[in-house]
Design a protein around this ligand. Structure first.
Ligand code: NDP
Length: 469
């Protein structure tokens, strides 16, 4: 199993502390990786800076060719990669396969983007050309929930814009990202795409480094804020994709069975460990009880277990900290008078398993409603007037996403217009597209990803004014 870092295209072990990588379904140690020493980080940045002098001048068709070759290699190793994702992350194998497939789709989409050049001609004959130039070396810090796909979301737009990138995966799930960087390094020049491991200090050192021009980070709001602080002295730009507390608003006219199937998937996808998951559900009082009944059926139909075993539909929470955090939300809700409905399924004896849980008769002021749970628990509240729910939605400190569920699309679009969030879905949730901007308002983030706009976040403008001598 590859446990290397990648510096200047070379697979190299970290000189720092040994870190266990655990299987969250069995609590067994899969392997150990070694965190980077500070000197290794310095070398990594220096080599990336050197590689940039070549990479920034490479013709775009060569980059497109390399991206397609990487995508093909990933697809040809889909089964092996999916097993690795399941082993370290915990999600069921079918979902890990989807993660690999989506990654391939995203890489091919980014390959096809063209970086625009603007041309202007003034009346006096002066010509102006506005270019989108690469930045230099970009740092990418990726999380443990979708370790393979989110790494690709960070890396490929930055590379396509002709930057060099240094990725630091989560210490909980480094293995599938290492494999991704190994494949990338088989197709790109040395130093263009590197990987560094850390255990509590490297992320800070990397994002503070004066030779890093930009930081792209997906994770908690608190760490995002620290990264923003680190950007001040050198005025680096950042893309921060942080927490959310996405609301789902279900109006009374819906087809309950159909909507509940989709709501279940949107809330419990990846055991709820997805920033864009639906995290609190507001249901019109006329259909509240029916929705609870249907969602209870849905949670009871899940098969909890090791994602590598056939038939498993629901995996564990990825790590101990998250496991304890989610349990604490459920306990707090119970202590404050909510009713908790848990799936009937027996939990496996070992592993960070939490049964999919509905918190019924939840109230706005409960922690499980106010905060991001990032786990398999969904608070459900009832409402009588949609205007009240829109007000509640906008009182949140987060503004990542929201969804409206109704047959009345016109009404839904009017509601969407009033919601303070980066994405509003109508009759779906969390189904992202490589073309559509994705980013959070308020404490959910800064900057955005995806589409040409997302790619251009990895460039700066240069206007060249040409006057004839
Ligand atoms: P964090 O958000 O704290 O991110 C940890 C990563 O950030 C590590 O790679 C770490 O590197 C790096 N890091 C930590 N401090 C700094 C710093 N000051 N400057 C730069 N980098 C730093 O993740 P956790 O895993 O602890 O998760 C915490 C919470 O975040 C979860 O409970 C969940 O709610 C949320 N989360 C959100 C995700 C999302 O998709 N938006 C994904 C995952 C989690 P090093 O080890 O070197 O310090």
């Amino acid at each position: 199993m590859n446990t290397s870092m990648y510096i200047n295209g070379q697979a190299i072990l970290g000189n720092g502390n040994a870190l266990d990588v655990n299987n969250p379904a069995t609590l067994e140690v899969i392997t150990q990786v070694y965190s980077s020493a500070f000197e290794q980080l310095e070398e990594c940045v220096a080599k990336a800076k050197q590689a940039f002098t070549i990479w920034k001048n490479l013709a775009d068709p060569k980059i497109v060719e390399a991206f397609h070759a990487i995508a093909e290699d990933i697809l040809s190793q889909k089964e092996e990669l999916a097993r690795l994702i399941t082993l370290e992350q915990g999600k069921p194998l079918f979902l890990a396969q989807v993660e690999v497939e989506l990654t391939v789709q995203w890489i091919n989409y980014v390959a096809g983007l063209n970086i625009p050049v603007e041309h202007y001609q003034e009346a006096n004959g002066k010509k102006i050309t506005v270019y989108n130039r690469p930045l230099g070396v970009v740092a990418s810090i990726t999380p443990w929930n979708w370790p393979f796909m989110i790494a690709a979301w960070h890396l490929f737009p930055a590379l396509k814009a002709k930057n060099c990138v240094i990725n630091k995966p989560s210490e909980f799930t480094p293995l599938s990202t290492i494999k991704l960087i190994e494949i990338i390094n088989q197709h790109l020049p040395a130093g263009v795409c590197s990987l560094i491991l850390g255990d509590g200090k490297i992320g800070h050192a990397l994002t503070q480094h004066p030779d890093i021009q930009k930081v792209t980070f997906t994770g908690s709001t608190g760490t995002g804020q620290k990264i923003l602080e680190n950007s001040v002295s050198t005025l680096k730009s950042v893309v921060l994709e942080l927490g959310g507390n996405d609301i789902g608003i279900v109006l009374e006219d819906v087809d309950i069975d159909q909507v509940c199937r989709k709501v279940f998937m949107s809330a419990f996808l990846n055991a709820g460990q997805t920033c864009a998951c639906l995290k609190r559900l507001y249901v019109h009082e006329k259909i509240y009880d029916q929705v609870i009944r249907k969602l209870t059926e849905m949670i009871n139909s899940q098969v909890l277990g090791n994602g590598l075993e056939e038939g498993t539909t629901f995996g564990p929470v990825q790590n101990k900290l998250q496991f304890e955090k989610v349990q604490a939300f459920i306990t707090d809700a119970l202590e404050h008078g909510a009713t908790v409905i848990r799936s009937h399924q027996l939990l496996p004896e070992k592993g960070y398993f939490i049964a999919p849980t509905l918190v019924v008769n939840a109230r706005d002021e409960m922690e499980v409603v106010q905060k991001e749970q990032f786990g398999p628990v969904l608070p459900i509240l009832s409402f009588s007037h949609v205007d009240e729910v829109i007000k509640t939605t906008n009182q949140s400190e987060f503004g990542l996403g929201a969804s409206v569920w109704t047959k009345n699309l016109q009404k839904a679009e009017k509601i969407a217009e009033q919601i303070e969030a980066g994405t509003v879905w109508i009759n779906s949730h969390a189904d992202l597209s490589p073309e559509a901007a994705f980013g959070g308002w308020k404490l959910s983030g800064l900057g955005y990803s995806f589409g040409l706009g997302g790619l251009l976040q990895y460039t700066h403008k240069q206007s060249v004014h040409i006057t004839a001598a």
